[in-house]
Design a protein around this ligand. Structure first.
Ligand code: MTE
Ligand code: MO
Length: 323
């Protein structure tokens, strides 16, 4: 994500992902060269570096999902070091460096609003009470880069049904933790905290929409939104709200952070649509991080390739207006 004020434009936003990545590899190699290689588990053979804040805990009994893409997966190193999580800084490298201050246990999710059974549920019950599946999804950011990530999680709809939404529940609103002690980025007013997102009820209940608890078979690293984040594969990455503490059923369209900040750039629907350009970028193609600067760009497909499953949700809607 990117906001318009030039002073806020992070250099990693303007640096093409591949160049940014090489710079990191160069720094790693240089560090190894001056003798840090013996310094401990941080630098592993093959150049893979574990996230400084990674959970590193395997999630048991993860089931593969037929919804997964078989595209080549982005390396764990890239997935955990090229992040957007403004609560920990606006540079892509900031979340990996800074998210260690987030405490993910205990963690309670509150579910309320237009439902018959409002309540709370702890992260341990979310992990043990729902079948954890591996879903390999491509997450495409609005700035035209994407990653292919083996998420672990479960359908959001399975959770929502337990709280018995009423007929007034037309939308679902999500909120990230608000705690400037743990999330130092919240001490600056770059965004109107807490980070917020929303889905229409049918989007939230769609079987492709998951709450992720992990990636690459392990609990989510903090920088990827531990302990619980949303992943909606046919929408732009910014819909994937991280470190969720509250879900609320609403009658009206809820506020969504980037939509509030820049309504002409980031629509509420955020459906990946190659036919509708972002005011500052073409949406027709994208790069997958890790494939190399000279790799052919990928054609962006409507709804990020999930049109067969989700296009019907939007029939009759003008997707230029509701972008
Ligand atoms: N709370 C919170 N959630 C967030 C963001 C953020 O800044 N804060 N950034 C969003 C954006 S713009 C993207 S592209 C994805 C990035 O997820 P990743 O770092 O796991 O790739 O997280 C989304 N969720
Ligand atoms: Mo994004």
């Amino acid at each position: 994500m990117l906001i318009k004020r030039p002073s806020d434009i992070a250099s990693s936003e303007i640096t093409p992902p591949e160049i940014y990545r090489r710079r990191r590899e160069f720094i790693k190699a240089a560090a190894a060269g001056i003798g840090l290689a013996g310094a401990g588990p941080l630098l592993l053979g093959g150049g893979s570096v574990l996230a400084e804040t990674s959970g590193g805990t395997a999630i048991p009994n993860v089931r593969p999902s037929p919804f997964s893409t078989d595209e080549q997966r982005t390396s764990l190193d890239d997935v955990t070091h090229y992040n957007n999580f403004y609560e920990f800084g606006t540079e892509k490298s900031d979340p990996a460096a800074n998210a260690g201050t987030l405490k993910t246990r205990p963690w309670t999710l509150v579910v309320d609003g237009a439902c018959e059974a409002p309540g709370e549920i702890g992260i341990e019950d979310l992990l043990s009470g729902f079948t954890q599946e591996e879903r390999v999804y491509r997450l495409r950011c609005v700035e035209a880069w994407a990653m292919v990530v083996p998420w672990v999680g479960f359908p959001l709809g399975d959770l929502l049904r337990r709280f018995k939404p009423t007929s007034k529940a037309r939308y679902v609103a999500f909120e990230t933790l608000l705690d400037p002690e743990q999330m130092p980025g919240q001490r600056r007013s770059v965004l109107d905290w807490p980070y917020r997102e929303g889905l229409r009820m049918d989007e939230a209940m769609h079987p492709l929409t998951i709450l992720a608890t992990g990636l690459y078979g392990e609990l989510l690293p903090n920088q990827n939104g531990a302990p619980l984040r949303l992943v909606v594969p046919w929408k732009y990455g910014f819909k994937s709200i991280k470190s969720i503490v509250r879900i609320r059923f609403t009658e009206r369209e809820p506020q969504a952070t980037w939509n509030m900040m820049q309504p002409d750039e980031y629509g509420f629907y955020a459906n990946v649509n190659p036919a509708v350009d972002h005011p500052r970028w073409s949406q027709k193609k994208h790069r997958v991080i890790g494939e190399g600067l000279f790799a052919r760009k990928h054609e962006t497909l409507p709804f990020n390739g999930y049109g067969d499953q989700v296009a019907s949700l939007y029939s009759g809607m003008d997707l230029r207006r509701y972008f």
